[in-house]
Each structure stands twice: as C-alpha cells, then as structure tokens.
Design a protein around this ligand. Structure first.
Ligand code: PGA
Length: 257
C-alpha cells in the first residue's frame, strides 16, 4: 500500500494458532488496555483458538475484529470435532481463515475442501481470509506462480460478483512461516502484484479492491518496509502477534504512522 495514501485500509491480523491459555489471553488484553481505545476499530483483527473466542470478544470489545482459524465445510451434521460456520456467525465472529498452509499440510486439506469452507463461511456472512503459498521446493523449481494461481483458481471457484467484497487474500510463502526468514519486500510485492493481475484477468474480480495481506515472519522490525509496497495491504502475523507489545507496535506502524 502507498504509505502516503491516507485512505488506505491496512489490516493487521493476528493468527494466534494453537497458543495462549486463558490467563495469557487476559494478560494480553491487559497490556493493550490503553491501546484499544485508539482509532484501530475495524483494522486490528485477532484469530484465537475457538475456545477463547468469547473471552477475546469480551476483552477486546469494540476495538478488535474477532475471527476463527478454520471452520467446517458444513453447517451441521456428523463431523466430530469440527466447528460450524453458522455457529461462529451466531456468536458474532467476524471472519474466518481458510486454507492456511498448516491446515493444508497437517490436516491434508486440499483446494476442494478449502473452497467448500470458503462458501459455507460466505453463505453465513463471515468474511474470509484465503491463504495461499508455495513451498521452498516449489519456489526453487520456478513453480511459485503456477502453484499460487492453482490455489486461487480452485479456492475461489464459484465466488459470485457480490461476494468479492467479503474476501481477503493472504500470501504466505510456506518457507517464511515461523522460520524467521521473511520474503524480502520486493519478493512479496512481485507476487502480490501477480496475484492481483490474476484476480483481475483470470477471475474477473475487482482486484484493486481486494486486500492482499502478506504473512510469514512479519515482525516489528520488518513491517514498515513490507507495508511500503504498493500491493501489500496488511499482514497476517503468527508469532509476533502473541506478544502484546509486538502486536501493539505492528498496529502502531500500520495505522498510526
Ligand atoms: P509467522 O506465521 O508470523 O509466525 O511466520 C504466520 C502465519 O502462519 O500466519
């Protein structure tokens, strides 16, 4: 995003993954006590474990948008251990992350199931963050864009014209997640631009309006240079979103500078 453009809508999304006890969640918001009064409404998002959604909602009231890290591909039924997008909506969850590389790798989620989850979430009026990303092998063998385009084509299949406004993309190179090895701002920008062009040309989506977040070892020391890139509209942050002081710095750089 152009940092000089005051109308820009940068998002900072904290993906807490399977971390934080109740006590740690409380501590996190205690540390952000002053901060949440500031003008971050709608732009600082947090996705805790399902079990902490109510607590986060209660503690982060008004300032933060709350999301789930996953949802079922169905609204109800015999899917032991799954969580219904309809039930998430009922408890006023704002968004759901689908297609995270950890879901793809550890839970064998393929593009077809990810696409079903996306549709169930959209039908329930949840915003969706669809994650895409290539592995190191795929990058080194020159397949990055092919892989990402396949993930987009399949993951976004059947999205109707009136649904694009509810969709956010996250480009998360698998080799950069939790490794400390961030994509350079230039590497990320190159991919973001290519994804935007693909959205427009191949998927006939309103690409300029779709937010594309970068994820993969984003931290206070590298967020500014990433956000300076014209096609990076925010960040999906794992590790650095767990510590209140880091999350606060990320938001300050993104919203207040
Ligand atoms: P990381 O995770 O910031 O810890 O690399 C990002 C993510 O997986 O969303």
């Amino acid at each position: 995003m152009d940092m000089s453009d005051s109308s820009r809508q940068v998002l900072i999304v904290g993906n807490w993954k399977m971390n934080h006890t109740q006590a740690e969640v409380k501590q996190f918001f205690q540390e952000l006590h002053d901060f949440k009064r500031q003008d971050i409404k709608g732009r600082a998002w947090i996705a805790p474990q399902f079990i902490h959604l109510s607590l986060v909602q209660q503690l982060g009231a008004l300032a933060f948008k709350i999301g789930a890290q996953n949802c079922s591909h169905e609204n109800h039924g015999a899917y032991t251990g799954d969580v219904s997008p309809q039930a998430l909506k009922e408890m006023n969850v704002d968004f759901v992350i689908v297609g995270h590389s950890e879901r793809r790798a550890f839970f064998k989620e393929n593009d077809r199931i990810i696409n079903s989850k996306l549709h169930r979430a959209l039908e329930n009026k949840l915003k969706v963050i669809l994650c895409v990303g290539e592995t190191l092998d795929q990058r080194q063998s020159g397949k990055t864009l092919d892989v990402l385009q396949d993930q987009l084509r399949e993951g976004l299949k059947g999205v109707s014209a009136d649904q694009w406004g509810e969709i956010i993309l996250a480009y998360e190179p698998v080799w950069a997640i939790g490794t400390g090895q961030t994509a350079t701002p230039e590497q990320a920008q190159e991919v973001h631009l290519a994804l935007r062009m693909f959205l427009e040309k191949e998927l006939h989506a309103p690409a300029q309006q779709i937010l594309i977040l970068y994820g993969g070892s984003v931290k206070p020391s590298n967020i500014a240079e990433l956000l300076e890139q014209p096609d990076i509209d925010g960040a999906l942050v794992g590790g650095a979103s767990l510590k209140a002081s880091d999350y606060k710095t990320l938001c300050q750089v993104a919203f207040l500078s």
